[in-house]
Design a protein around this ligand. Structure first.
Ligand SMILES: Cc1cc2nc3c(=O)[nH]c(=O)nc-3n(C[C@H](O)[C@H](O)[C@H](O)COP(=O)(O)OP(=O)(O)OC[C@H]3O[C@@H](n4cnc5c(N)ncnc54)[C@H](O)[C@@H]3O)c2cc1C
Length: 611
């Protein structure tokens, strides 16, 4: 076992982690730990753009952007955070430009902007061009730009190191703490893929930037590695997860595959059609049609298929029509995604419409933080020295449905903020806090147990069964019956997980072993998602309950906070527990306890959401 000491340790080298590293490393000794080589992080797959009210091509301002974000999130957004997101967007784009990011330009040489779902002028009057972009490879350009700047700034990286535990000075899973009691994060434990060795990192401040958890679903735009590690690690240490029932299904995944075709296709004029050739979004969102927010478009598509107007031999998808656009325009603005249609479906988008269907895309929920990136341990107390940013976190700027292009923005704005706050905090701590006596004991035991287990169930089989039940029962449409089915399947898979075995028993590059560990994270995240979804008996944003089709502000205008607790612990979660979120699912050896957190409202009163 090796040990390291840093002021700030950042877990994750995607956009959020590297944006944080650029800030923190200016002020404090900083290390970035990443299970992937940094430029392989999922941020690099982002396509369409990053929102900022630059008003380079049309009248726009940050207040309209704030309003759109709040309305897009079906009013579950914390409005103070959304205001920061929209205001600081402008500097975030300019920061990237100064770092060398090659944005597309207007003929006058300004950063060009394109339309995206839910971004409007004057509070919903018409679509506005707000997304800054680099063709349909915006995320690739952001990730490369941030990485190059980190290298220039001599940021230290530990690549292909998997963080498998978070160390704190109190065990929140068992200890009951008073309101205001101090809890500190002290370090993380990581596994080096190449050598199989354990490394303990002691830190004054830790930032989780581990990205999303899309692999709980089968049909997803997310990379194989998006297994919710940071969320699961925090949850296992007794920290809450916020709003996990809200998962975004992106309307335009390639049918049957889930590979993403960016909303930029519709931003550039693409139209969705059913089997009759009808532009059906005119019926569902008469004002902004195909550019309505994702939850509405995804549900409308699924509804067309249900009502028999799906296209194709099995009538199970709809069509994204780009055939009226000039091939030169398609090549300039959408080169990658049109190539995906050719490669994976054999479709020529110049002349044929592309088969599409919703695909699991983005976790709106995650580890709760305040606007400085500090992680909360209940409705209001923070864990000292622990921060989170990016898709792993829930600030919450996306509420129950994220607008397209607001995530590349989120990782930049809150990556920067958490990097700054972590470094500033580290400076106030004179000495590193003591680590537990055997800091790597939990991880070592877990790995040994998994490696030494004789023949058992295969990881791939359990993962497939999990993803299938999530697709079948917790997707665009949900009911109590479907969610209960998902929960009982997950419980059964949790039992099977205790028996999974790995074939590779070696030390070097044992990806087999790590995929088994990642499957454990996926099971935990899926369980919390379904428990929270069962408990929210209303429809809002990405969470649609057919048995409760309306939004219910009287009872559910609250964030969900989910805690893992021992069976013997009290049934009531710490912090704000009110009304309908006072809910418990008990299993053999632990239970999921739900509490709530108030939604911060500043200037926008909740209204009916129409587009
Ligand atoms: C196909 C696709 C297209 C998208 N297009 C857009 C778009 O156009 N605009 C937009 O705003 N958003 C878009 N999004 C969403 C957006 O790209 C992501 O939400 C965002 O990039 C997430 O960034 P992140 O830094 O939080 O995480 P990631 O970029 O996913 O990085 C996570 C990092 O954490 C590390 N990590 C994870 N677990 C561990 C562990 N256990 N130990 C060590 N390291 C770990 C990984 O190595 C990785 O470096 C898109 C997403 C997808 C999937």
């Amino acid at each position: 076992m090796q040990t390291h000491q840093y002021d700030v340790v950042i877990v994750g080298a995607g956009g959020a982690g590297m944006r944080a590293a650029l800030e923190a490393s200016k002020e404090a000794r900083t290390a970035v730990i990443s299970k992937l080589y940094p430029t392989r992080s999922h941020t690099g797959a982002a396509q369409g753009g990053m929102a900022a009210a630059l008003a380079n091509v049309e009248d726009d301002n940050w207040e309209w952007h704030t309003f759109d974000t709040v309305k897009g999130g079906d009013y579950l957004v914390d409005q103070d955070a959304a205001e920061i997101l929209a205001k600081e967007a402008i500097d975030s784009v300019l920061d990237l430009e100064r770092m060398g990011l090659p944005f597309n330009r207007t003929p006058e040489g300004r950063i060009d902007q394109r339309r995206f779902g839910g971004h409007t002028r004057d509070h919903g009057q018409a679509a506005v061009r707000r997304a800054c972009y680099a063709a349909d490879r915006t995320g690739h350009m952001i990730l490369q730009t941030l990485y190059q700047n980190c290298v220039k700034q001599d940021v230290e990286f530990f690549n292909e190191f998997y963080v498998l535990d978070l160390l704190t000075d109190h065990d929140l899973t068992t200890e009951e703490l008073e309101d205001g009691a101090e809890v500190n994060a002290t370090g993380v434990v990581a596994y080096d893929l190449a050598s199989g060795e354990i490394h303990v990192f002691q830190a004054k401040a830790i930032i989780f930037a581990t990205g999303g958890a899309g692999k709980i679903f089968k049909t997803t735009s997310n990379a194989h590695t998006l297994t919710g590690d940071g969320m699961a690690l925090a949850y296992r240490r007794g920290l809450p997860l916020e709003d996990m029932e809200f998962f975004q299904f992106h309307p335009t995944g390639l049918a049957g595959l889930g590979i993403l075709l960016s909303e930029a296709a519709r931003g550039e004029g693409g139209i969705l059609r059913n089997s009759d050739g009808e532009r059906f979004m005119e019926r569902y969102a008469p004002t902004i049609k195909d550019l309505a927010p994702r939850d509405i478009v995804a549900r409308s598509m699924a509804n067309e298929v249900r009502e028999g107007r799906g296209a194709g031999p099995n009538k199970d998808y709809v069509l994204l029509d780009l055939t009226h656009l000039e091939p030169a325009h398609i090549d300039a603005k959408l080169p990658d995604i049109t190539e995906f249609a050719r490669t994976y479906l054999g479709i020529e988008p110049y002349t044929e419409p592309v088969p599409v269907f919703p695909t699991a895309h983005y976790a709106m929920g995650g580890v709760p933080t305040n606007v400085s990136g500090e992680v909360l341990r209940d409705g209001h107390n923070v864990v000292k020295g622990l921060y989170a940013a990016g898709e792993v976190a829930c600030v919450s700027v996306h509420g129950s449905n994220r607008l397209g292009t607001n995530s590349l923005l989120d990782i930049n704005v809150f990556g920067k903020r958490s990097g700054r706050s972590a470094a500033a905090y580290a400076k106030t701590v004179a000495q590193h806090l003591d680590l537990p006596e055997n800091p790597a004991a939990r991880v070592e035991a877990q790995l040994a147990e998994m490696r030494d287990r004789p023949d058992g169930d295969r990881v791939a089989d359990v993962r497939k069964a999990l993803q299938e039940t999530m697709d079948a029962n917790a997707q665009v449409f949900r009911t109590a019956d479907s969610l209960n089915q998902a929960l009982s399947d997950i419980r059964e898979l949790q039992q099977r997980y205790r028996n999974v075995s790995v074939q590779d028993k070696g030390k070097l590059f044992n990806t087999d072993l790590l995929e088994a560990i990642e499957l454990g994270f996926l099971l935990d995240i899926a369980e919390v998602t379904v428990v929270a979804a069962l408990n929210r008996k209303e429809s809002r944003g990405g969470h649609y309950r057919e048995d409760f089709p309306n939004r219910d502000d009287a009872n559910y205008m609250l964030h969900t906070m989910a805690y893992r607790r021992p069976t013997a612990a009290p049934d009531v979660a710490e912090g704000h527990v009110e009304g309908y979120f006072d809910h418990v699912e008990s299993f053999d050896d632990y239970k999921v306890v739900l509490g709530s957190k108030t939604v911060t409202q500043t200037r926008y009163e909740p209204m009916e959401r129409k587009y």
